[in-house]
Design a binder for this molecule. Structure first.
Ligand code: HEM
Length: 309
């Protein structure tokens, strides 16, 4: 591993501070128990074990993007989801997504530069708009993600937002057919956000953590997992470019979140959701952001737990 993953984690922690035991980003979240049940179409398009033989047990971790575990849940921030599927052979495979349709940057080097530019001024605690503006001026590809971020409203619940994996993955079907896909989780409850600014201002700091506990007491929280299938020429290695919404979409199954989980992340158990942890039948694209994430997450895991993978 080169120095870049450590430099990236340093830059992230320069923004949010170092919070012992917490993830370097997505520090605040709630871990849940879940089940994934594949559709018939899933069996046809991907030979991965959880699409062939389900239902499988899963863990779902809902989170906020910030590295500050005490940040307000209503902050202008992306929310995240990590899903760890437990496969019949005892291995696991993960998907990790956010409530956005495209990413800010194309490369790990740009991620580092932008993260450094976003470091608040040590004297005032304010963003240095000149540095941020200079980065954005030089990187027009960040525009769609920035506009999406500025327009986003806080969700009613972690269970009422859409999550996207953003990167392209190759699915290999049982008959050998290969498809490039990007996945999405769509909430069965529908997308529901809070439009009223006064209502947002009055929200409790931890309203999302409390809401998901209450919602699960009333019943399961479910999402439809689907993938968009790439057409010739669609970008496979650039998460700043969303694919057209009219791409063919294949329904892969149902993720049902059933309860708050109490069986992991206790007594020193280290849980890692890592999008590069794929399984037979699913392959990574060459997207440089996707490919750096394994090493960056490992660095964060080491800093929060002392564990090396
Ligand atoms: C270069 C780009 C990125 C960097 C440097 C980065 C960095 C990190 C780090 C350090 C963690 C904490 C890992 C741990 O301690 O377990 C993390 C977690 C996470 N990241 Fe990223 N990330 C990047 C891109 C993305 C993208 C593109 C997405 C969504 C598609 C994403 C979604 C998440 C989520 C949801 C978590 C929390 C997972 C959990 O709950 O365990 N990240 N990221």
């Amino acid at each position: 591993m080169g120095a870049l993953p450590a430099e990236i984690v340093d830059a992230l922690q320069d923004i949010s501070g170092r919070h012992e035991g917490y993830r370097a980003v997505h520090a605040k979240g709630t871990l849940c128990a879940a089940t994934f049940t594949p559709s018939q179409r899933a069996r046809e398009v991907c030979r991965a074990a959880h699409f062939q033989a389900g239902p499988v047990r899963a863990h779902v971790r809902f989170s906020n993007g910030s590295g500050n575990p005490h940040a307000r849940d209503a902050a202008q921030d992306a929310r995240g989801i990590g899903v760890k599927h437990y496969l019949p052979d005892g291995t696991t495979t993960d998907i990790v997504g956010i409530t956005r349709r495209q990413f800010f940057v194309r490369t790990p080097e740009d991620f580092l530069e932008f993260t450094r530019a976003r470091r608040p001024d040590p004297d005032t605690g304010q963003l240095n708009m000149e540095r941020v503006g200079a980065f954005l001026g030089a990187h027009p590809e960040a525009g769609p993600a920035v506009r999406e971020q500025l327009a986003a409203r806080p969700p009613i619940s972690y269970g009422t937002v859409e999550y996207n994996g953003l990167h392209a993955f190759r699915y290999v079907a049982p008959d050998g057919t290969e498809r490039w896909v990007r996945w999405r989780l769509t909430p069965e409850a529908g997308v529901q956000v809070i439009e009223d600014d006064d209502e947002v201002a009055a929200l409790d700091r931890d309203y999302l953590q409390a809401e998901i506990v209450e919602r699960l007491e009333r019943g399961p929280v479910a999402f439809a997992l689907s993938v968009a299938v790439a057409e010739e020429g669609d970008p496979l290695e650039d998460a700043t470019l969303a694919w057209p919404e009219e791409r063919e979409r294949v329904e892969l199954g149902r993720l049902e979140v059933t309860a708050i989980a109490t069986d992991r992340e206790r007594d020193g158990d280290v849980l890692v959701m890592d999008p590069t942890r794929v399984t037979d039948g699913i392959e990574l694209s060459g997207d440089p952001i996707l490919n750096v994430r394994g090493d960056v997450y490992a660095e964060s895991v080491f800093r929060r737990s002392g564990a090396r993978r």
